[in-house]
Write a protein that binds this ligand. Structure first.
Ligand code: PLP
Length: 389
């Protein structure tokens, strides 16, 4: 059994992917070929925004978002403490200061309440200018953008949606999909993400015409009227034509059935976990992921929480993972260390404690998850998990 079975997906899509790849090989247009433009149009339409600008990876997408907003030295960007390192790394790389905000213990996403407290604290420091919020759609669940927009408006902050894991997600009552909920959104096409290519890739989404035009310049060495007229300092960050052609096939499968399939399997997983834990007298409880009413997750990860109800016992997560591995079941810990505890950020001022991020880092476990996972496999996994506790 695989954690995310990409080969099985390839077997399903092989004929179309092989044809798309051969066409690019025959065309010779490996950089910025026609599939790149077509994919950008298709992605913008799917998300429901005016512009999509592809780039080399999800980290570059975040960097490009910060560059287009002119964020740098003296600026503060609020980042959830429980996320993948890149969400915070890019802020420091641009010379700005990431301030780590605690997350909601149920959704795992940035807590609007903690965010407001962090903003108030930072405002006392006159040397720092609060500029933006990076809201991550962790494990595929869109963040609480309704609450975040209210805060952003109050404090005049820009919302950058890090939708690397969120592509395809939905908030009830919104006209768009995830990556379209911020002022500017980013995603990653790393192979294991909800929509992945066969290498590195990324994209930005926005309704802002001026930002979109600047992003198209920034990703090509700050080009002006042509490649050798450089009007700003930019990057070399393009999506390969081959990856764009592969992504066009994968986007169709994603929209046609994969997103629905992965949601069906997630629902089944949750049913199984709720069923087994209700009747078990085990010390350790398995808490399935929480999805607020009406929300759709893209299930980048299916992450449970392991808790000891009596309070003072500890969970040997390493031993549990080893037992599951011996039964042929791969699991992962996303993420074992909060951002504020990372060595690379040891010199960054910690304004507030982040107890929820610490609690999650110590208690989460991600189970195998992908659209081609069968009900039988889900049953095997949950049975093995419960019997290994
Ligand atoms: C994967 C990921 C990124 C970075 O994407 P890459 O394509 O690997 O550079 C950024 N943010 C989050 C939340 C991610 O999961």
């Amino acid at each position: 059994m695989q954690f995310r079975d990409l080969q099985q997906q390839y077997r399903h899509l092989k004929a179309d992917i092989d044809r798309a790849v051969s066409e690019v090989m025959a065309s010779g247009a490996f950089i910025m070929g026609e599939p790149v433009t077509t994919l950008e149009e298709e992605l913008a339409r799917y998300v429901g925004v005016k512009h999509c600008v592809t780039c080399a990876n999800g980290t570059d997408a975040l960097t490009l978002a910060l560059k287009v907003l002119g964020i740098g030295k003296g600026d503060v960007v609020f980042v959830p403490d429980f996320t993948f390192f890149a969400s915070a790394e890019v802020v420091a790389e641009e010379g700005a200061t990431p301030i780590f905000v605690d997350v909601d213990p149920k959704t795992f996403n940035i807590s609007p309440c903690s965010l407001e407290a962090a903003i108030e604290r930072v405002r006392e420091d006159l040397a720092l200018r609060p500029r933006a919020i990076i809201a991550v759609d962790l494990f595929g669940l869109p963040a609480d953008f309704k609450a975040l927009r209210t805060i952003a408006k109050t404090y005049n902050l820009t919302i950058i949606e890090d939708g690397a894991q969120g592509f395809g997600g939905l908030i009830p009552g919104e006209k768009r999909r995830a990556c379209g909920y911020g002022d500017i959104g980013t995603t990653s096409f790393f192979p294991a993400k909800p929509l992945g290519c066969y290498g590195d890739g990324g994209a930005l989404f926005t309704d802002n015409d001026e930002w979109a035009a600047t992003l198209r310049s920034l990703r090509l060495h700050g080009k002006g009227s042509n490649k050798y007229d450089n009007v700003r300092i930019g990057m070399n960050s393009r999506l390969d034509t081959l990856q764009a052609a592969i992504l066009r096939v994968k986007l169709k499968a994603f929209a046609d059935h994969e997103l629905a399939d992965v949601n069906r399997i997630a629902e089944y997983y949750t049913q199984l976990i709720e069923g087994t834990t209700r009747f078990s007298r085990k010390e350790v409880q398995v808490i399935p992921p929480f999805i607020p009413k009406g929300y759709t997750s893209s299930w980048a990860q299916y992450t449970v929480r392991l808790t000891v109800p009596s309070g003072n016992g500890t969970i040997n997560r390493d031993a549990l993972q080893a037992k599951l591995k011996a039964k042929g079941i791969p699991t992962m810990v996303y993420y074992p260390i909060p951002m504020s505890h990372q060595t690379a950020f040891r010199n960054i001022h910690k304004y507030l404690h982040t107890p929820n991020a610490e609690m999650l880092a110590g208690s989460v476990l991600s189970l195998p998850m992908h659209p081609y996972l069968t009900r039988e496999e889900a049953r095997t996994i949950v049975e093995a998990l419960v019997s290994s506790l």
